[in-house]
Design a protein around this ligand. Sequence first.
Ligand code: CTP
Length: 394
Amino acid sequence: MNGKRITLIIGGGIAAYKSCELVRLLRKAGHQVRCVLTKSGAQFVTPLSLAALSEDKVYTELFDLKDEVEMGHIQLSRQADLLVVAPATADLMARMAAGMADDLATTLLLATDKPVLIAPAMNVRMWAHPATQRNVATLKRDGVHVLEPDEGPMACGEFGPGRLPEPNDILAAIEALLADTPKPLMGKHVLVTAGPTHEPIDPVRYVANRSSGKQGYAIAAALAELGAQVTLVSGPVVLPTPSGVTRINVETAVEMQAAVNAALPVDAAIMVAAVADWRFPAADQKIKKQDGEPPLLQPSENPDILAGLCQSPQRPRLVIGFAAETEKVIDHATAKRARKGCDWIVANDVSGDVMGGDRNTVHIVTASDVESLDEADKGDVARLIAQRIADALA
Ligand code: CTP
């Protein structure tokens, strides 16, 4: 990759020490780095270290007359190919999400017209706090790329997600963003559903299925890599949100349908979720064993989210369903495509250990054609499907 110009904003957290190594790696890879140190960042690393490693001046003050004459703060945010915030503290993210501009870092972030990548790092409870998660979701909606924090032991003695990824991983994320790969889905909004739904029967029990969400999450990631704005409506899974993807968590099929409708209009929708066909009138209290009699669960049918979307006045240009089948895969998929009214069905044979596994064999069934792909890693399957979507929307 040709050398790029990176403005690196360093927030105040113990992980700021890793930013020195990041600057070294970026320089070694041939990039120009201009460091902006927040007031609290300067409590952890010194401008002198960063200036020596970046071989450039380090910027700290918004109202610095000399800096302003040499290079106005607007120029500082524009004369870059990418703005990176590492570490991004909870406070800095909150101020970004609110659109504040009360110091040099937030002013640059508000004034920029360049892509922004943030690498959050903080205490596990601060990361999990609804306020932080709300701010992360807002930033993703604003188009900010978020590198999810690593999980592990923390400087504060706790354990969990919140660690700044290693400098090598941040470098890889930066280079992936800056890679001159074509972005055929730039400007397109794609909706993905993934994971299972959980249908409660009482406050402590639910009916679910074995969907891991891996294939849907891989598709969301692959679509984002091609430049799409991706909204991922997800049932309960234990997977990190892919970079550049806006995730909306739901539990039941009814909640999933509401979230799908709220995300419209979109250019394309790909419904990978394994939606439960039935829901139950959930008891208010835990159901007790009654003289050995099993409880009578009276199911009612869940809405068919895919079929409903196909009939909606806001039907996306391209609607794709998934079909997990255990026999007669292509026959069932062909019938399902016609029944649901979608454009394509991606069918897979789940009679083996596909659910929860890392590999998949799929067939793309359209109105005129069946394309059978070789067995591959779910990431490779996702990239191929994303490319087909890009071709169809071109
Ligand atoms: N689907 C949906 N809403 C439902 C059920 C399924 O949106 N209530 C979507 C799935 O996300 C998937 C497709 O429909 O994209 C096919 O799902 P599947 O469970 O195979 O379809 P069913 O209609 O339940 O068919 P079957 O008779 O095989 O159970």
